[in-house]
Ligand binder design. Structure first.
Ligand code: PGA
Length: 252
């Protein structure tokens, strides 16, 4: 059975004290409302990871990073390695977010290397894929997502691939208030599961968690999550407000 997951992507928000207060509030909410078989991951900026990881005490609630370097250690000023992330107690890392791809020029080859390094250090990878608007308008969105997964993820041996979660995030829906319709989300998630099936077989395909991301909020989460191939969400803006975020988790 695949895991149901809601991951919050705080992006570059919250000072240390704000992040600690926020994570504490989330932790106490889920202490009172157990997650049961669901998982919640708070993907914080690096500066929060150690503190937030150690204050999360609820089963199913963990911290994650938003990026990592593809090298183990060394002279890479300003960078953070997967082994460093793991040492904070964080369990996951987002790789290939569209903001990393577009603002920092991270290409498929680099993302494949980051993924390998993260997995080697025991992190679960949340691998993002998704098309930009002109690609959807030209009806190229399936090919774009197929290429991103082929090059970034499908080079992994099956036992490593099994440690990854995929997040489909149409770039035109990220931070724009425009959400993919439930049908658009389901159609792409079904396509992704199908290409996983071709690559790794039906059992792996059926066990892979595929999250939707892009302007997902409390008011639309239930209809997105109701789709058979949507196993949860990667939440940006709406992960920064406690009630909103907890409602999204409850919608799952
Ligand atoms: P959004 O961001 O929910 O603010 O659209 C999602 C994401 O970038 O992961």
């Amino acid at each position: 059975m695949r895991k149901k997951i809601v991951a919050g992507n705080w992006k570059m928000n919250m000072e240390l004290s704000e992040g600690v207060a926020f994570a504490t509030a989330i932790n106490s909410y889920f202490k009172d409302h157990p997650l049961k078989d669901k998982e919640v991951i708070l993907c914080t900026p690096f500066i929060h990871l150690g503190t937030v990881s150690s204050l999360l005490t609820v089963k199913g609630l963990t911290a994650g990073a938003q990026n990592c370097n593809d090298h183990k250690s060394g002279a890479f000023t300003g960078e953070i390695s997967a082994v460093m992330i793991r040492s904070t107690g964080a369990a996951s890392v987002i790789i290939g977010h569209s903001e990393r791809r577009s603002y920092y020029g991270e290409d498929d080859t680099l993302l494949a290397a980051k993924t390998v390094e993260a997995l080697r250090n025991g992190l679960r990878v949340i691998f993002c894929c998704g098309e930009v608007l002109p690609e959807r308008e030209k009806n190229n969105h399936f090919e774009v997502v197929r290429r991103q997964l082929d090059k970034g993820l499908f080079t992994l041996p099956v036992e490593e691939f099994r440690k990854c979660v995929i997040a489909y995030e149409p770039v035109w829906a990220i931070g724009t208030g425009v959400t993919a319709t439930p049908n658009q989300a389901q159609e792409m998630h079904h396509f992704i599961r199908d290409i996983i099936k071709n690559q790794y077989g039906p059992d792996v395909a059926s066990d892979t968690t595929i999250l939707y991301g892009g302007s997902c909020k409390a008011s639309n989460a239930a209809e997105l999550f109701a789709n058979p191939d949507v196993d949860g969400g990667l939440i940006g803006g709406a992960s920064l407000a406690k009630d909103e975020f907890c409602s999204i988790v409850n919608a799952l």
